[in-house]
Design a protein around this ligand. Structure first.
Ligand SMILES: Cc1cc2nc3c(=O)[nH]c(=O)nc-3n(C[C@H](O)[C@H](O)[C@H](O)COP(=O)(O)OP(=O)(O)OC[C@H]3O[C@@H](n4cnc5c(N)ncnc54)[C@H](O)[C@@H]3O)c2cc1C
Length: 395
């Protein structure tokens, strides 16, 4: 009778831990993986993943290890297109002062780079074709299997969402959705949905993710995970000339203020009731309307005396509405970045944290390669940038 193999406990769920666990399990061990972080939260999940020879000890072990890894990855690239591994041609550049790397004999066709193939200051390099793993291999199978990510946005809410002259969606949210799709290797469709029913549209599985300038709040986090992408406050807009003399937040006490339905702005205004009473005035009459444009129109038509909106949107509206002559911003000296700066972000159902992590990692890659900044610049949103891709920062 065969002696049972000892049980194995692997600590760590990154690429090293999971590979070790897989190999041990295939060899017949009973394997348990213990890890502080899930796979999608590890360095392995977000770092670059290009195969290359490396320095380690003992040196004699490196070549067979590197050769085996190369062969396995090259086979995956050739046989399993969905696995996210591709063979890429390029030049591996050697840093000044480092010993040349030892290339396994299995890496066919590698040869020293010519001088004009090297950047300034490089002492040498190797022309080669090597495997590179892309992030989409980390995307949950359920989403990858769909062949498409369906994004929901409430249009128009410029500069986040709007239509171009051909009635096609455009704006920050649209451009970001397309850039995310490219990083993930999956097409993203961008679909109009009323803001007040946008969360239910995810619950009913009509759409996968919301990209609609949505504020990340603890209440919404009960249903959604947010990958936060801008940070800014709320601003009051009034008619040009400020006929009602609104200069600060509490100047809206006793007045009618229009907002888009189901937004945080409505709650913010209702929350001023106590402070208004302390001033001996009535609370704010909140006029909630289906779209942001309706809220603007109400102000223009005199049905409200002010309109409250996200600061990034307010700047755009003031610049563009009525050729820049319809509204003005109330610059409250006490709150220069707007009231209650909050994070806004893309939201997916919090029952699918792996998809959240795929979005977060893809967004981080867009921050790193400069795409995010280009999109922000395109829509004058640079002042509201986030530094890194993080989840559920709304408090
Ligand atoms: C920017 C960057 C670029 C890179 N580019 C490349 C590249 O092109 N090619 C390449 O081959 N490599 C690259 N690397 C290196 C490669 O990403 C790492 O070597 C590899 O991901 C390490 O994998 P790992 O499983 O050891 O660690 P990790 O992915 O960090 O996983 C560690 C695991 O251990 C768990 N853990 C740690 N401490 C404890 C504890 N005390 N108790 C319980 N669990 C614990 C963690 O929770 C996690 O699950 C890059 C790295 C970086 C940062």
């Amino acid at each position: 009778m065969n002696t049972p193999l000892p049980a194995v406990v692997v600590v760590g769920a990154g690429v090293i831990g999971l590979t070790t666990a897989l190999v041990a399990a295939r060899a017949g061990h009973n394997v348990t993986v213990v890890a502080a972080d899930r796979p999608e939260q590890t360095v392995s999940s977000v770092a670059a993943a290009i195969w290359a020879p490396y320095h380690a000890e003992p040196a004699s072990w490196i070549e067979p290890w590197a050769a085996t890894t190369f062969d396995v990855l090259a086979e995956i690239a050739a046989t399993t297109p969905d696995a996210g591994v591709q063979m890429r041609a390029g030049v591996v550049v050697h840093r000044a002062g480092t010993a040349p790397l030892t290339w396994p004999t299995t890496v066919a066709g590698n040869r020293p780079a010519l001088t004009d193939q090297l950047p300034d200051g490089a002492t040498g390099g190797t022309v080669c074709t090597v495997p590179i793993a892309t992030m989409s291999m980390y995307l949950p199978q359920s989403i990858r299997g769909k062949g498409e990510i369906k994004a929901a946005g409430n249009i128009p809410y410029p500069p986040y969402t709007m239509y171009d002259t051909d009635s096609k969606p455009t704006g920050f949210d649209y451009d970001l959705s397309q850039a995310l799709g490219q990083k993930l290797g999956i097409p993203v469709s961008f679909n109009q949905q009323a803001f007040s029913t946008i969360i239910p549209s995810l619950l009913s599985k009509k759409f996968d993710v919301i990209l609609s300038a949505m504020n990340d709040t603890p209440e919404r986090q009960k249903t959604l995970n947010f990958v936060d992408y801008t940070h800014g406050g709320f601003i009051i807009l009034v008619k040009s000339g400020n006929p009602d003399g609104v200069k600060a937040r509490l100047d809206v006490c006793g007045k009618t203020v229009s907002v888009q339905k189901a937004t945080v702005q409505g709650e913010l205004l209702r929350g001023l009731e106590t402070q208004c009473k302390e001033k001996g005035q009535d609370g704010v009459q909140v006029l909630e309307l289906p779209t942001d444009l309706d809220a603007q129109t109400a102000l223009r038509a005199g049905k409200s005396q002010a309109y409250v909106v996200d600061a990034p949107v307010a700047e755009y509206v003031v610049k563009t509405a009525g050729d820049g002559k319809a509204f003005e911003l109330v610059r409250d000296a006490e709150f220069p970045a707007g009231y209650l700066p909050v994070f806004s972000g893309m939201g997916n159902l919090n029952t699918d944290p792996e998809f959240t992590e795929a979005l977060r990692a893809a967004f981080q890659a867009l921050i790193n390669d400069g795409t995010y900044k280009k999109i922000l610049d395109r829509y004058s949103l640079t002042s509201y940038a986030v530094d890194s891709a993080a989840v559920n920062q709304g408090k």
